[in-house]
Design a protein around this ligand. Structure first.
Ligand SMILES: Cc1cc2nc3c(=O)[nH]c(=O)nc-3n(C[C@H](O)[C@H](O)[C@H](O)COP(=O)(O)OP(=O)(O)OC[C@H]3O[C@@H](n4cnc5c(N)ncnc54)[C@H](O)[C@@H]3O)c2cc1C
Length: 475
């Protein structure tokens, strides 16, 4: 063991320089826990390569000594995917020094960036080229594009632009034997065999190390309309989505559902936020974007909402008349997660379902959970346009959140069984990591698990990439 450690240290020092190999416990500490402090691990070292060749050298060293590698970007993931396990034999491979924008091609509407570039910087580089990278999420100042690819991040504009998977044209990956696959093609059409990049996107670092990517850019919207609609129930929200799609087409960028309790929580912790349509059980926050300057979308949205009001789908609605008003409507939505955190831990679910079955699912889930956990409070919100709900359960009034958390396994089973019965997914955006790996086996078919294990064994035969993530064992 000592020999391996000494040998490993020498190889890592040679690969990246000794100043980029951290072994002191205090230096390593920030890399060994996730941002929520839910997952903690140990490592033999944290390495911070500065370019793809150095990543490849680190992987070769670890492959030769069969040392596990835990890739890490901004460490903002929700499922413990970037946190090593307790064994202490892994190397945490931090990609944050791969932080260069390699190429901007406005005519081809593409941007080539290294894996460690923070998402906000990717957006800025696109804007500087007069274009837009549509991926946007609340962690964008800290998360990296490599982490976004590896978790196939969703965010606020999936309805119009798709998940990260849809925004990538090419990638560069370091494979388990240390070879570099240069798949940095910037083609919108390329039917030359298997689309290998898609294997690595959403793989949570279990198949290879993403070191760079070619991203698709879009014209930035020139006109935007934002509104908040108050609705009697979730079935009405689904009808509103259908009606607005008919009226406004694919210009709907955001369609965010919020229960009254979610909005109340947000406002309790941020009292300056508006309360434009009080007293409704459900709300939808809408954003419509148009590429034309001076587009009449605000009028079109108003007419569509007026029609929805007359047909009883909507109870009340308000349209933002300034950027400031739009921002404060969005703040109602953006602050829910933070407000929940301040209120105490919740039992959280990141689920997706066909939009059409969501009202029925919510009715069934409420009945089952109320029977099992009397007084449970439902903090339901999320990207309804994508069929993605953050279906969170808060402790009954008067019960300590920590005591309520003892019900987590039971609540998860009720929610996830129902999700599966309705044809949904137990992880819409956040991935599996170490959090949901047992559930994965329960809800995926044996055939699908077998295919996934076959891919893992083919690309990482020694199981060095992120063992214990997605799969219960390393392989
Ligand atoms: C406030 C907040 C809001 C969020 N909102 C959203 C949201 O709306 N939608 C959403 O989808 N997610 C959301 N997330 C989750 C998180 O931001 C995303 O999962 C993000 O994509 C992770 O990026 P990261 O760089 O922090 O990755 P990390 O957390 O460092 O890693 C995530 C996973 O990817 C692997 N990995 C990281 N980099 C690489 C690489 N270069 N090569 C191979 N594997 C790698 C890690 O091993 C790990 O398994 C949110 C998180 C926070 C804190």
């Amino acid at each position: 063991m000592t020999d391996i450690r000494a040998n490993l240290r020498a190889r890592l020092d040679a690969a990246v320089g000794s100043d980029q190999v951290l072994t002191d416990p205090a230096d390593m500490a920030p890399f060994l826990s996730d941002w929520r402090g839910r997952y903690h691990g140990h490592a033999a070292a944290v390495v911070r390569p500065g370019n793809t060749d150095q990543v490849a050298a680190v992987v070769r060293a670890c492959a030769d000594l069969t040392v596990p590698i835990v890739p890490q970007g901004g460490n903002t993931g929700q499922c413990g995917g970037a946190t090593p396990d307790a064994r202490g034999d892994a190397v945490v491979l931090s990609l944050v020094r791969l932080n260069r924008v390699r190429a901007v091609d406005p005519a081809n509407a593409t941007l080539t960036v290294e894996a460690g570039v923070p998402l906000a910087m990717v957006q800025q580089a696109a804007a500087a080229a007069g274009l837009m990278f549509p991926l946007s999420l609340a962690a964008e100042g800290s998360c990296t594009i490599g982490g976004n690819l590896s978790t196939n991040a969703g965010g606020h504009a999936v309805l119009r632009f798709g998940n990260t998977r849809e925004l990538v044209l090419g990638i560069e990956v370091v494979l388990a034997d240390g070879r570099i696959w240069d798949g940095l093609r910037s083609l919108r059409k390329d039917n030359t065999g298997y689309d290998l990049k898609q294997l690595f996107i959403g793989a949570e670092g279990t198949l290879g190390i993403v070191t760079a990517a070619v991203l698709k850019l879009y014209p930035a919207p020139k006109t935007r309309a934002t509104a908040l609609a108050a609705l009697p129930d979730v079935a009405a929200a689904v009808r509103l989505l259908f009606a607005l799609r008919q009226a406004l087409g694919d210009r709907i960028t955001g369609f965010e559902l919020m229960s009254a309790l979610s909005v109340a929580l947000s406002r309790r912790h941020h009292p300056a936020l508006p309360d434009p349509c009080p007293g409704s059980p459900w709300y939808v926050l809408l954003q419509i974007d148009d590429n034309a300057s001076h587009s009449p979308i605000a009028d079109e949205l108003e007419r569509a909402l007026q029609a929805a009001l007359e047909s009883g789908i909507v109870r009340d609605a308000t349209i933002a008349h300034s950027g400031e008003q739009a921002r404060s409507l969005w703040a109602l939505r953006e602050n829910i997660a933070e407000a929940q955190r301040r209120d105490g831990p919740n039992i959280k679910h990141d689920i997706s379902l066909p939009v059409s079955v969501i009202p029925g699912f919510l009715d069934e889930a409420r009945a089952a959970l109320t029977a099992a956990l009397p007084g449970v409070r439902f903090v339901t919100f999320g990207h309804l346009g994508d069929g993605n709900l953050h279906y969170n359960l808060a402790a009954p009034e008067g019960i300590a959140p920590s005591a309520f958390l003892e019900n987590t396994a039971r609540a998860n089973r009720i929610v996830h069984d129902l999700v599966a019965r309705h044809g949904g997914s137990i992880s819409a955006e956040h991935g599996i990591g170490q959090q949901k790996r047992d559930d994965l086996v329960r809800y995926k078919s044996a055939v699908e698990m077998d295919l996934m294990r076959t891919v893992k064994a083919a690309l990482d035969p020694s199981g060095i990439f992120n063992p214990g993530k997605i799969f219960t064992t390393g392989a």
